[in-house]
Design a protein around this ligand. Structure first.
Ligand code: MLT
Length: 324
């Protein structure tokens, strides 16, 4: 009932909205996750989809469109009809892709209509149980000595895990062997089975495996420790001065989606991000909702623009060449 009242209040302001916007949605909505099922972006996407389905009164269905570090799914969303029935959840990789890919099929800034920011949280450095190192100091020493004989997973060029690896290699002055996957969901399966050595992954994907003692955690990449992993130091504490990389996700629609529909979707996102069940799940997985009052469509656009510049700088300084 509260959901309907909140939505009715928002909608009444939109009485002048185009007819399509006023009946939106009148059929299921597709939310594209640009990585494989079971990974961190998928976990978040499904949590939001469940809540937004109730608020919108139509099913929000997940479609996993993995590949090319998340640019394949982004391209699919950018080309979709601007009618509110195809949405995208993406993160810092959308911004980094603008520098790391020469031939993107979309314009990172122009071709998306931001709906709102979702979450922010740290990465965690984890390894298979077979690695002997017990502390972050021992692990970093092992990584430096192993060089290309240690494998780190990625979700493709420009993905969050790849960007974290990029910063770690720069900080350690080493190069390790990177194995691309369509997401860190499948990479995690290989880490648990011991086929992959290590991963810099979002806590939302790693915490369940850490709590199940199926992988070994070493450190987090934020400037502060994570409540769910209180004994884990930050990389800064471990001696990598000022090392920080955090993930943020946002929701997007194709450019040209009517503003009335963007507002309706933002209202539904706001309901989800105020939902105690969603927030409790976020907390369990070591992430937090983006702060209220700073996560609307305009803030999401500003964040994307800021991050495009930030990652252009980081990638250029790391000397990483763009790929086709
Ligand atoms: C995923 O959902 O697989 C991740 O977001 C991938 C990544 O960026 O590392």
């Amino acid at each position: 009932m509260l959901r309907r009242t909140l939505l009715a209040a928002t909608l009444s302001a939109l009485v002048a909205a185009p007819a399509a916007a006023q009946t939106y949605p009148d059929r299921p909505v597709t939310l594209i996750v640009p990585y494989a099922a079971g990974g961190p972006s998928d976990v978040l996407g499904r949590l939001l989809a469940q809540s937004m389905s109730q608020t919108l009164g139509q099913t929000v269905m997940i479609e996993n469109v993995g590949g090319a570090g998340g640019t394949t799914g982004a391209g699919r969303a950018a080309r979709a009809a601007p009618d509110g029935y195809t949405l995208l959840i993406h993160h810092l990789a959308l911004a980094a892709g603008a520098t790391l890919y020469r031939n993107l099929t979309y314009d990172t800034i122009k071709d998306f209509a931001p709906i709102g920011l979702v979450n922010q949280g740290p990465f965690v450095i984890v390894s298979k149980l077979g690695i002997e190192a017990k502390t972050i100091a021992e692990f970093l020493d092992h990584v430096k000595k192993a060089g290309r004989n240690i494998s780190f997973g990625t979700a493709g060029v420009g993905s969050g895990s790849h960007l974290c690896n990029m910063m770690l290699q720069s900080a350690l002055g080493t190069k390790f062997n990177e194995i691309p996957y369509r997401g860190t969901g499948p990479a995690m399966n290989d880490l648990v089975s011991g086929q992959l050595d290590a991963l810099c992954d979002q806590t939302t994907n790693s915490i369940p495996q850490i709590q199940g003692n199926r992988i070994r955690p070493y450190a987090v990449t934020a400037t502060e420790r994570v409540a769910q992993l209180p004994t884990l130091p930050t990389l800064h504490e471990a001696g990598l001065a000022n090392f920080e990389v955090t993930v943020w996700h946002a929701l997007y629609a194709p450019r040209g989606t009517p503003d009335a529909i963007i507002q309706r979707l933002n209202a539904a996102l706001e309901v989800a991000l105020k939902d105690p069940t969603v927030l409790a799940r976020f907390a369990d997985l070591g992430t937090t909702a983006y702060p209220a009052g700073r996560r609307g469509p305009a803030e999401a656009r500003a964040q994307l623009e800021r991050e495009v510049e930030k990652w252009r700088r980081v990638i250029t300084e790391a000397g990483v060449a763009p790929s086709n």
